[in-house]
Write a protein that binds this ligand. Structure first.
Ligand code: S3P
Length: 174
């Protein structure tokens, strides 16, 4: 059915990695996680890349990695929450992939991101305010995705089902 990579976009804590893993299994496609691959290539965590090399350097690594992944053919790709803030990345995702925005409410994002550390942009006095602010700035970019699926619910299988349904409709074989 699919003729292009499927790219999951959305805020930190929206469930991209978890949903991506299950979705890739259901669809029988390889799964790529751009942050995990950058960490592997660089031999250090995203948090360390931010502190030692700066966010601009991270965005450059991210842009290269996503371009590389988009060229690998049909797959499920989960990208970091800020990837679409790089105009070239958003353009490439729009032209070479089917994109899915995992839209999720702030309270859930806050709860989920509180569970695991290692997100440099939330390492501040008011992480919830920071999340709100980032979402405010990015919403119009996420909204350019081909498909929007709510991922606020606890049941990840249901989120995956909703994404698949929307995907079938997108390819018009529902
Ligand atoms: C970021 C999100 C993170 C990671 C980096 C920056 C962002 O990925 O790429 O910390 O700008 O929203 P997740 O969305 O997977 O947490």
């Amino acid at each position: 059915m699919m003729d292009r990579p499927l790219v999951l976009v959305g805020m930190m804590g929206s469930g991209k990695s978890h949903v991506g893993k299950i979705l890739a299994q259901h669809l029988g496609l390889p799964l790529y996680d751009s942050d995990a691959m950058i960490e592997q290539d660089e031999g250090k965590s995203v948090a360390r890349i931010f502190t030692e090399d700066g966010e601009a350097k991270f965005r450059e690594l991210e842009r290269h990695k996503i371009q590389e992944l988009l060229a690998l053919g049909t797959s499920v790709i989960s990208v970091g929450g800020g990837a679409i803030t790089t105009p070239e990345v958003l353009r490439e995702i729009k032209s070479r992939a089917v994109s899915v925005w995992l839209d999720c409410n702030i309270d859930v994002l806050f709860k989920r991101t509180g569970r695991n550390k290692g997100r440099p942009l939330l390492d501040c006095d008011d992480p919830k305010g920071r999340l709100e602010n980032l979402l405010e700035k990015r919403r119009h970019l996420y909204a350019q995705a081909d498909i929007t699926a709510d991922s606020s619910g606890e049941d990840v299988e249901e989120v995956v089902r909703n994404v698949q349904k929307a995907l079938y409709a997108y390819y018009d074989i529902a």
